[in-house]
Ligand binder design. Structure first.
Ligand code: NA7
Length: 544
């Protein structure tokens, strides 16, 4: 092992997913000695880990990639509208090879702590295998949905069959044929997995606590002519997504309230999007996320579709959600509701009769016991703060990020990028940035480029440390909370609010003002010489 080894670097990056790969490239190209550390055995981040049956992305392929390099755009060709996990992982491997990134990535290496050393103005970072890294900059690319959540069910360790969380699916194929499979959770992961597992399993029992609003993905193979045009016009696509509301193409279809249309007109609009497929549904009207009455028109449309598809009226009723559409993460599916018409699929409502315990033989609810060979936990993630809290990050006063944020009750960041008290540390897709309320690669690119430009600026101006000011941080957090409060997103329990994790404080850790607006704000901060930050040079002076 590497015990006691000490390595000096300009920058340490955590994670080799979309964020860490580009951050490494960006800094290395600018001449900074940089190393990326990855706990897994290879590149890919969440796309390395999420190998459950049916795993795919809800963003369209042609915009679910890096846009900074025309070579990468021209040399890579997506096969279908919505990319499957294996294809995204292949893409990230292609990027790692094409940009020759692997030589600066250390795999199978978890970063356990990062402590700022006030005397030496650098970060002392420990790996699990005992190596100490000394770096001027510490940058996290740990993702927002990478710390998995398995509820602490009574008896969970007593189960004698196989058990898997969707986010830690084995690499070798799991044989489910003929088996009695129980799946807990009906978020995006569960809803993607259910139709695929149902085809293989002997019997599938779905344990649903809260039904989701799911709409058809309508995946299809790309036509070569479409790909040719996309590549030829990519610069236009790039500009469009960078300045859009959510990092998607053509986000708002109708720039008007749902209530301005007649019921018949609304029905037509919703039907159009239902047939087109994809996430566009929440953008049919511009007030679905602000106005409860408008929202109800979309919610009711989807409920009526569930009623049409699912043959057993009792099952259909259980599958119909009652909260605001899109206030929880909207889901895309392929044959999800249809799957409940199969003879080998049973829906169990665990809101009505909660799971009491896991037994050696299966799952026992308040009403019945279900004997199972396999349990699939599609139970989600400790989002946003969870991945950061897995590392013991301590700032200049020895206070940990977890303490500073008072375990999440006082999460405060500046621009979702930086923290007062934590000099020379940056977070890619940190709390209070657009992150998961956007097509994430677009948000990642913006953060990486902003951080890269900032570090270059510091070098040019001989600046030793950059640190967010407490008042700027306070103002940013307040702004984020106010924006979120003006929407329906804070009115429903979800992983956006932290309500899915037992004892996690409720908050709203995403900037909802939009990707384009956010980019503008970040650019202005930089143009004003990093307004809201304190920059200190080597002789401890604030430069003029
Ligand atoms: P989600 O969306 O958080 O879904 C988790 C599901 O698991 C959800 O239906 C939960 O019900 C359910 N759950 C969690 N704990 C329990 C317990 N204790 N009992 C019963 N059911 C439970 O995670 P996903 O992995 O599907 O998706 C995460 C994101 O990754 C996704 O949105 C994309 O952005 C990518 P609940 O709704 O909490 O009642």
């Amino acid at each position: 092992t590497n015990t006691n080894q000490c390595i000096n670097l300009d920058a340490v990056v955590v994670g080799a997913g979309f964020s860490g790969l580009y951050m490494l490239y960006r800094l290395r190209e600018a001449g900074f000695s940089t190393r990326t550390f990855e706990a897994a055995a290879d590149v890919g981040g969440v796309w390395y880990a999420n190998r459950y049956p049916g795993a795919k992305c809800d963003s369209e392929s042609i915009i679910y990639n890096y846009t900074f390099s025309d070579e990468l755009i021209q040399e890579w060709t997506w096969t279908s509208r919505f990319p499957e996990q294996a294809e995204i992982l292949k893409y990230l491997n292609f990027v790692a090879d094409r940009l020759d990134l692997r030589r600066d990535i250390q795999f199978n290496t978890r970063i356990t702590s990062a402590h700022y050393d006030k005397e030496n103005k650098n970060w002392k970072i420990q790996t699990e295998d005992g190596t100490t890294l000394i770096a001027k900059y510490f940058i996290t690319g740990v993702g927002c949905l990478s710390a998995s959540n398995i509820p602490n069910f009574k008896g969970i360790d007593s189960f004698e069959g196989e058990a898997y969380h969707t986010g830690h699916w084995p690499h070798e194929k799991v044989d489910l044929s003929g088996k009695r499979v129980g799946l807990i959770g009906t978020g995006s992961s569960g809803i993607q997995a259910i139709p695929v597992i149902a085809q293989e399993a002997g019997h599938l029992t779905v344990f649903q606590r809260t039904p989701a609003y799911s709409t058809p993905a309508r995946n299809y193979q790309y036509d070569p002519e479409f790909i040719r045009q996309t590549k030829a016009n990519y610069e236009e696509i790039r500009q469009q997504i960078r300045w859009s509301k959510m990092g998607y193409l053509h986000t708002v279809v109708n720039n008007r309230s749902a209530l301005e249309d007649t019921p018949e007109e609304r029905q037509q609009e919703y039907q159009k999007i239902w047939e087109r497929g994809g996430l566009g549904f929440s953008q049919t009207y511009n007030d679905l996320l602000e106005n409860g009455e408008s929202n109800e028109t979309a919610s009711e449309f989807i409920r009526s579709k569930i009623g049409e598809i699912v043959k057993d009226p009792n099952v259909a009723e259980k599958l119909k959600p009652s909260y605001y559409y899109s206030a929880k993460r909207p889901v895309l599916d392929t044959n999800y509701y249809e799957t409940f018409n199969r003879d080998n699929v049973t829906l169990v409502d665990v809101k009505a009769a909660p799971i009491v315990e896991i037994t050696p033989k299966g799952i026992r609810t308040a009403e019945a016991e279900y004997e199972l060979d396999v349990i699939v936990f599609a139970t989600g993630y400790d989002a946003m703060t969870g991945p950061l809290f897995k590392i013991d990050i301590r700032g200049k006063d020895g206070v940990s990020l977890k303490e500073k944020w008072d375990n999440g009750t006082q999460t405060r960041t500046y621009l979702g990028l930086a923290n007062a008290g934590f000099p020379n540390m940056f977070m890619i897709t940190g709390p209070e940035s657009p992150s998961v309320l956007s097509n994430v690669p677009v948000s990642i690119e913006q953060h990486v480029e902003w951080i890269g430009d900032c570090i270059e600026y510091l070098r040019e101006h001989n600046i030793e440390t950059i640190e967010a000011n407490a008042d700027a941080e306070e103002a940013w957090s307040k702004h984020c909370r106010e924006l979120a409060e003006s929407t329906l997103l804070t009115k429903v329990d979800s992983w956006y609010t932290g309500a899915n994790i037992k004892d996690k404080p409720r908050g709203f850790l995403i900037y909802v003002g939009g990707v384009g607006e956010y980019r503008k704000i970040c650019d202005e901060v930089a143009a004003k010489g990093y307004e809201g930050f304190s920059l200190v040079d080597a002789s401890n002076r604030m430069p003029v």
